[in-house]
Write a protein that binds this ligand. Structure first.
Ligand code: DAH
Length: 331
């Protein structure tokens, strides 16, 4: 092996030994820089006989190219593996805070709402929405609750300080979504509208000031009270189980005529009130530009939180908002 090849081989061995880019770069002056063996060998070419000089020069060039190439490819390889390692260690793992064994689950009320939606979507209903801040027109007037109406007082409304006194409020029920839907959609209408509702109630075992309701509205031709009763019955069986019965009890709501409250049967033979319902008052249809001689409908509304309380037999509705994971985890 010639002198140049020995120099080159030693240089390549050192290059291959370098464990990272910094070490490799540190080797460059000694292997390829001014003081490198292959560099000083070049300046000594002049001491050779002219006929040997050309051949030695070529061998020296080959040796130097070999080292340059080894250096470049080793550098590429080290840089690539350093990048890969950085990518691996610096990667943001967005799932790392979610325990693999206990990923959590939807809140009880969300579960109940999702199931309700499933039941009604299965019956051909679509889901409607409305704003949580409403005007007196939608929350009361269009629903046939004029300002002087005693029912207005029973809603314990939380008003928003905007415009005329008592003109804007947090909706006290989901019934205003009936109005918004009838204003925007031509019959036939089959919708449910789940959503948050608000009243000045103080939180206790059976009340929350911010709670959830679900509204149902059907507008079609030849709709009767029988359709309403059948719909409630189908929903109750689908949601609570085939053995649970429902019944309607005469009641009063300004937006329905006739009106009823509906109850579900309990194991001990007693009845539990679930919500209100009735045939949509013709005046409400007229308020929305729908001709009551051509179209009829029924509506119903009840609390989703209360439904969750019944379904899971909780003894305090406030458990739903205490956010105690030891409680929530059970469901
Ligand atoms: N909006 C009523 C309430 O919050 C519940 C209700 C009763 C809704 C009868 C209806 C209905 O759609 O027909 O007390």
């Amino acid at each position: 092996m010639s002198f140049y090849e020995t120099l080159a081989n030693d240089a390549v061995a050192a290059i291959e030994d370098a464990a990272d880019v910094e070490t490799l770069d540190g080797l460059r002056p000694t292997l390829l820089g001014k003081k490198a063996g292959l560099t000083s060998a070049k300046s000594q070419l002049g001491t050779l006989e002219p006929d040997q000089r050309k051949e030695a020069g070529q061998r020296l060039n080959v040796a130097r190219q070999l080292v340059e190439a080894a250096f470049a490819s080793r550098r590429d390889a080290l840089a690539a593996s350093a990048r890969a390692e950085a990518l691996e260690t610096e990667r943001l793992d967005l799932t790392e805070f979610q325990s693999k064994t206990s990923p959590g689950h939807l809140h009880l009320v969300t579960q109940a709402r999702d199931r309700l939606e499933d039941v009604f979507v299965g019956m051909g209903y679509t889901i409607a929405e409305g704003p949580e801040v409403e005007t007196a027109w939608y929350n009361f007037e269009a629903l046939n609750i004029p300002e002087w109406h005693p029912a207005r007082g029973s809603f314990d409304t939380i008003f928003v300080n905007l415009g005329e006194p008592e003109a804007v409020m947090l909706r006290s029920h989901t019934s205003p979504v009936q109005i918004r839907t009838m204003e925007n959609q031509k019959p036939p209408i089959y919708i449910i509208a789940p959503g948050r509702t608000f009243r000045t109630d103080t939180a206790d075992a059976t009340h929350l000031p911010a709670f959830n309701q679900i509204e149902g509205l059907v507008i079609d031709r030849n709709i009767t009270m029988g359709d309403l009763a059948g719909t409630i019955d189908t929903f109750v069986r689908a949601f609570f189980g085939e053995e649970v019965k429902s019944r309607l009890r005469p009641s009063y709501f300004p937006f329905t005529e006739p009106s009823a409250e509906f109850d579900i049967s309990r194991d001990d033979g007693s009845w539990l009130e679930l919500g209100g319902c009735g045939m949509v008052n013709p005046q409400v249809l007229r308020n929305c530009g729908i001709d009551p001689d051509e179209w009829q409908g029924f509506a119903f509304g009840f609390g989703i939180d209360r439904l969750a309380v019944m379904r899971y037999q909780l003894d305090d509705i406030r458990e739903l908002v205490n956010n105690d994971v030891r409680f929530l985890r059970q469901f």
